[in-house]
Design a protein around this ligand. Sequence first.
Ligand SMILES: N[C@@H](CCC(=O)N[C@@H](CS)C(=O)NCC(=O)O)C(=O)O
Length: 224
Amino acid sequence: MNDLHTERVVPKVTYFDVRGRAEVIRLLLEEANEVYTERLIKIDDWPELKSNFTFGQVPVYEEGDLLLNHCNAIYRYLGRKYEVYGDGTLEHAQCDIVQEIFGDAQANLGDFYWNPDFEMLRADYEKNELPVMLANLEDLFCTNQNNSGYWVGNRLSFVDLIAWHFLDSVRPFSQPTLDRFDKLSEFKCLIESRPKISAYLESPRRPKTLTVALSPFGGTPETS
Ligand SMILES: N[C@@H](CCC(=O)N[C@@H](CS)C(=O)NCC(=O)O)C(=O)O
């Protein structure tokens, strides 16, 4: 039987040279202390390369003969592989729900970062839309977390890294708004204080940019 879980092949992540949809994959690999390689594509090279990729999109995750597309499927695969998918069927379902919630939140923020009218809409989004979204997330966190500090159950699951990445995508846009949400901020610090995550965040492996320079926001390197 070909058991992928027992093969020790070096995983390879292909994505643009930004954080984007690959960042949670990287965080999962880093937290699992996995050795991995990356192919980081420059956006200018993409038109020439696009047709080489199934669905013409990245990220792509490879592990020997295994090739996975679609970031959510990749996150779930790594969640199972590294046993960070909650304990038991109820927690699996809770992980799936939290993943969906942050998928929607990340899409909302992403659509805004890519909105051609970003500068015109920014003040209203920051004042009205973003705080409502963060308040809803914090309410959910407080009802779900059972004071464990995690989104599901009593230990780290892959959805904590998804949640962290979302909050870290809000940070360069509006740290002061994020600071108003104590529980979300505490959670963010908790994840950042994990030794392997903290080492990754400080490392040159971490792309300096949230998303590609074609977007109205997030295309420039962050200094912190
Ligand atoms: N459903 C896919 C969507 C992937 C996707 O939209 N990738 C973007 C980068 S974030 C891409 O490859 N864009 C280039 C293109 O579509 O030409 C996933 O979740 O991974």
